[in-house]
Write a protein that binds this ligand. Sequence first.
Ligand SMILES: N[C@@H](CCC(=O)N[C@@H](CS)C(=O)NCC(=O)O)C(=O)O
Length: 363
Amino acid sequence: MAGYTLYGSEVSYFTGKARAYLRWRSVDFSEEQATQDVYRNIIMPNVGWPVIPVMKAPDGEIIQDTADIIAHVEAAEARTPPVRPETPLQRFVCELLHLYADEWLVIPAMHYRWTYNEDWAYGEFGALSAPDLSPDAQYELGKKNGARFKGALPVLGISQATIPGIEKSYEAFLAEFTAHLEQYPFVMGARPTLADFAFIGPLYAHLYRDPASGKLMKRLAPKVADWVERAHEGQRGDGTLPEGDTVPTTLRPILARQMREQLPSLQTINAMFADWVAQASPGERVPRALGDLEIDIEGHRETAKARSFQLWRLQAALDIYAGMDAETRERADALLDETGGEALKTFKLPARLKRENCRVVLA
Ligand SMILES: N[C@@H](CCC(=O)N[C@@H](CS)C(=O)NCC(=O)O)C(=O)O
């Protein structure tokens, strides 16, 4: 039987996440470059908008969104251990870190790529789209294709005003993750979980593989670079997650950073979502941006778009919290108190979201 096909690229954030997961899961898969032809013939007709990665399952089904790709393979292969921790507090933390890695660490990832690796990125984008062109022609094409991605900088709130905060935060994150890796080989413990693959998103393609960023990571945080190599290779780890559903205390500074930086944005986006829900109907597609908000990273502020997709990842975490028994809830609340995440205890989306035709819609 044919294996899975991953359409994506080395230069892509979310392809790295899916690739690392598929390697770890040891399934039969091959990766195909998302060339212009693949966008035209596979991605656009099946997904409806230009995005990578996209996966073709052995039965031909096309799946988009890395969380759906991972969920599909988990269900189809039914292997152990599952990618998500089996106990509730670890599962909750894993999902919070998933939200952080996918939707917030994109800020340093994009900053470092486009501030320090711009020309290199154009060459890479061109080589991906048209492998047969000359390097000069690839650069020109890459510049055209890359403009869409570079154009995301203001959407994310990356500007001269926030760059000092983004760099301060990223360097502190590297120190915090290093301190964690001195105790544990992977994010949740002694084996990889969804949180590792989510972190591979920002930390592989943009922050390790882009040359100037990789140099910085190897200089400031060689242990993080070593983890990137191990997690991206799909190493299995030879241990288990901590006993008794405990969460490594070394993750607290990282969760606290998430709560400080990302949670205020999530609250604002949720308020805008409530306004939108009031006039929307079930099945309606949620706009990618619900308005403008101000982000604050280490005291550096800028306007950014209120990206609605963050609520979709947040819903997955809140569902786990809502399903906790009293004893687990107490432990989760203690962790939220210690990390500045108190607001999550009462955080409610005004309506449920679901996925339909590769888009987030009102349930
Ligand atoms: N939430 C999606 C995000 C995928 C994504 O943003 N892919 C980037 C490249 S790494 C892309 O193609 N973006 C195009 C766009 O968002 O318009 C996932 O997890 O798969």
